[in-house]
Structure formats: structure tokens, C-alpha cells
Write a protein that binds this ligand. Structure first.
Ligand code: IMP
Length: 207
């Protein structure tokens, strides 16, 4: 049996993100537990550099930085796509793979890059998974971290305009629609983020 997780018993949580979509999504998820979410951007907190070696390390360093700076518990996430035939790339560099030489971000460009790399290995499996790490850190330096995952295969060409990032090439296991073709609620029920949040709530918000 796993060790008991530290319980969250404050009424406010700092969401260590500058992405307003993410902050409001996390706010909605935690509202039923009587928790008010405050975004790091509203507090003018700096964004630490993501120097961790894996998703959990990056989520933890962002959560610790926000908890230390505010003296309050803070939640951070880190996510990305790992392609088996590419040894887990783009992985923690999923956002960086979309960076074009002119500095703009373009996920069509990133998906083409993945397809080109897979084209070099025509016999390799096209399996991949999305990972979402969530870390809840307290000002005393304690953290509880969770990793959610959804498995699938990569399709080409891209399919669907819903979602964001790599959604148009990701076909979850057992499904017919890519994340880009699915209704958002359907994706949110089975995604790596949903898995990580279910673990977080079961671990730290169930009293
Ligand atoms: P971060 O977690 O905000 O650092 O983002 C990591 C990157 O992973 C995002 O910019 C997306 O490209 C990719 N990513 C993470 N989750 C998803 C998802 O649910 N669908 C598509 N792409 C995702």
C-alpha cells in the first residue's frame, strides 16, 4: 500500500502558471473542494526556467518556486507528448519543438517534424503517450506529485481542429477519433490531465 499523502487543508491555492486557460481549468476542477485558485501571473511571480530532467521534476520546480515566493501552497503542471520510436521525444521539449527559427510557435511545424523523424523509421511502431505531471508544493518544502498518462498511436495526416498542440495526430487507444476530432468534454474525460487530476484529488483532497 502506498504512503498516505499530505492533505491540502487551506482555502486558497496558487496555480503556478501564466496560461490563463490552464488557470481557469484548474480553478474549475478544484472549486468543488472549496478551494479558491489564484494564478501566478496575478501575483506577478516570475516563471522559473524548466531545467528538470523529466515532467515531475519540472512540475516540482515550478510549484516549489511559487510556494516559496508566496508562502502558500502552490500547484504546477508539466506535460507533453512522448513518441516511443523517438526515444520519448519531444517529451519535456514538446513546446520547444514548435519553436520556429523566427521565434514563433507553430504546432503544425512540430507535427511535421515528428512525422519526418518517424519517416526515417518506417518499421518502427507509431505508439505514443501524453504525460501530465502535477505537483502540489507547500512553503515548508514538502511536495506531493502525480503523473497521469494516456496511450495512443500517431496518425498522419493530421485530423481535426479541436484542442491544441499535438491533438490532431493523437489517436487514443481503442478510439476512432483523434484528440483533435473529439468534443472537448470527451477528451477531458480520458486525457493525461484528467488522470493526473483524479490522482491528485484522491491523494490530497479527499480528507
Ligand atoms: P506545458 O505543460 O505547458 O509546458 O506544455 C507542454 C506542451 O505539450 C504543450 O505546449 C503542448 O504542445 C503539449 N501538450 C501537452 N498536453 C497536450 C494535450 O492535451 N494535447 C496536445 N498537446 C499537448
Amino acid at each position: 500500500m502506498s504512503a498516505r499523502r499530505r492533505q491540502f487543508d487551506a482555502d486558497e491555492i496558487i496555480v503556478a502558471s501564466h496560461n490563463t486557460g490552464k488557470i481557469s481549468e484548474i480553478g474549475d476542477l478544484l472549486a468543488p473542494y472549496g478551494v479558491q485558485s489564484v494564478g501566478a501571473d496575478a501575483l506577478g511571480l516570475p516563471e522559473p526556467e524548466e531545467t528538470g530532467a523529466d515532467f515531475i521534476a519540472n512540475a516540482e520546480l515550478k510549484a516549489h518556486a511559487a510556494a516559496r515566493a508566496t508562502g502558500r501552497p502552490a500547484l504546477a503542471d508539466d506535460s507533453g507528448l512522448a513518441v516511443d520510436a523517438l526515444d520519448g521525444a519531444p517529451g519535456i521539449y514538446s513546446a520547444r519543438w514548435a519553436q520556429k527559427p523566427d521565434g514563433t510557435r507553430d504546432f503544425d511545424f512540430a507535427m511535421h517534424k515528428i512525422e519526418m523523424a518517424l519517416g526515417q523509421k518506417p518499421d518502427a511502431p507509431r505508439t505514443a503517450h501524453f504525460i501530465c505531471a502535477l505537483s502540489l508544493a507547500w512553503p515548508d518544502g514538502h511536495a506531493e506529485s502525480f503523473e497521469g498518462r494516456v496511450d495512443g498511436t500517431l496518425v498522419w495526416p493530421m485530423r481535426g481542429k479541436n484542442g491544441f498542440g499535438y491533438d490532431p495526430i493523437f489517436l487514443p487507444l481503442g478510439g476512432d477519433l483523434t484528440f483533435g476530432e473529439m468534443a472537448p468534454d470527451t477528451k477531458h474525460a480520458i486525457s493525461h490531465r484528467a488522470d493526473a487530476f483524479a490522482q491528485l484529488v484522491a491523494g490530497c483532497f479527499s480528507g
